[in-house]
Design a protein around this ligand. Structure first.
Ligand SMILES: *Cc1c(COP(=O)(O)O)cnc(C)c1O
Length: 277
C-alpha cells in the first residue's frame, strides 16, 4: 500500500507545484483511506486518481464512522476500474471511470469518442440536426455494446462473487494464522475486496514450483515497476524502493476466485502445509 507518511515527506521535500497528482492503488483489494489522501492532496494542490481495479465493492471507514465504497467519487477526482478477464467484473476487455466532477465527466465523454460532440449546449455553431463538432484530439475508447451486455449480467453477480472471495480469505486466514512459515498474509480485513490473497514466505520460488508441480497455479504480484526495462531506461535502480523490493522477494498470490470449490481450497492449503512439513 502507498504509505501516506512517505507521500507527505516527498510532497514537503520539493517546491510547491512539483507534483501534480497522487495515484493510490487499492492493492489486492484493500481499500485505501481516501479521506486522508484527499486532505493531503488538497493541502498540496494535487488531484487524485484512485486505482480501484482490485477492489470493486471494497470500502474503508471514514472519520465519521461511515463506510465509503471505493470509487464512490467523494474523495478522489477519478477512480478507475478494469474489466479485464482476471478482474471481479469481466467484459473481455475495457474498463470504467467513476467521478462526481461534472467537468471531468464531460471531458471524458469527449475524449472517448474522437473528441466529437453533438451536445447542442457545447457546440460553437449549429447547422441543424445532423451537426457535430470535433473539438479536441480524442480516441476511440468505447466499450462495445456486446461487452457492456456481458458486464451488466456480471454486475448482477458481483455481490455474490465478493461474498465468496471473503469466505475464501477467511479460510486461508484461519488455516495459516498459526503457521510460523507464513510470514504474513492478506488476512481478514473489513472492506477488503480480495482481488488477490497474498502470503509472504521464505523460499518463495521453491514453493511456487512445488505448487505448480501439484497443478496449483499461483502468481507473483508484482515485479517492482522500477526494475522493469522500460522504467530502468529512465535511470531507476535497484535499492530505490527497498520496501517494494523486499516485498517482491517473498510474496505469492494464492488461488482466489469465486468458483474455487471447497475441495480445491482444501487441496491448496494441504499442499502448502505439506511443503513446509
Ligand atoms: C488490471 C489493472 C490495471 C489495468 O487495467 P486494464 O484494463 O488492463 O487497463 C490497472 N491497475 C490495476 C491495479 C490493475 O489490477
Amino acid at each position: 500500500m502507498l504509505d501516506i507518511e512517505e507521500v507527505e515527506k516527498l510532497l514537503r521535500s520539493e517546491p510547491e507545484g512539483t507534483f501534480a497528482g497522487i495515484i493510490p492503488v487499492d492493492f489486492a483489494g484493500r481499500t485505501v483511506n481516501m479521506e486522508s489522501f484527499r486532505n493531503l492532496a488538497d493541502e498540496y494542490g494535487c488531484w487524485i486518481i484512485e486505482d480501484a481495479c482490485h477492489a470493486p465493492g471494497g470500502f474503508f471507514t471514514d472519520s465519521n464512522g461511515n463506510n465509503q465504497l471505493c470509487g464512490n467519487g467523494k474523495f478522489s477526482d477519478l477512480a478507475i476500474f478494469s474489466f479485464h478477464p482476471v478482474k471481479h467484473i469481466a467484459c473481455g476487455e475495457g474498463g470504467m471511470i467513476t467521478t462526481n466532477n461534472e467537468e471531468l465527466y464531460k471531458k471524458l465523454l469527449l475524449l472517448r469518442t474522437h473528441g466529437i460532440t453533438k451536445d447542442p449546449s457545447l457546440l460553437h455553431e449549429n447547422h441543424g440536426g445532423w451537426y457535430y463538432e470535433m473539438q479536441e484530439l480524442g480516441y476511440n475508447y468505447r466499450l462495445t455494446d456486446f461487452q457492456a451486455a456481458l458486464g451488466i449480467s456480471q454486475l448482477k453477480r458481483a455481490d455474490e462473487g465478493l461474498a465468496r472471495r471473503r469466505e475464501i480469505a477467511q479460510v486461508y486466514f484461519e488455516s495459516f494464522r498459526n503457521n510460523p512459515k507464513i510470514l504474513s498474509q492478506s488476512g481478514v480485513v473489513q472492506g477488503h475486496g480480495y482481488h488477490l490473497y497474498i502470503i509472504q514466505v521464505e523460499r518463495r520460488k521453491e514453493l511456487y514450483d512445488f505448487l505448480r508441480s501439484k497443478n496449483i497455479f499461483c502468481q507473483v504480484h508484482y515485479i517492482p515497476v522500477h526494475l522493469l526495462p522500460y522504467y530502468k531506461s529512465f535511470g531507476w535502480k535497484k535499492g530505490q524502493f527497498p520496501n517494494a523490493e523486499k516485498y517482491y522477494e517473498q510474496c505469492l498470490s494464492l488461488p482466489m476466485f469465486p468458483s474455487l470449490s471447497e475441495n480445491e481450497l482444501k487441496y491448496v492449503i494441504e499442499s502448502i502445509n505439506s511443503f513446509f512439513n
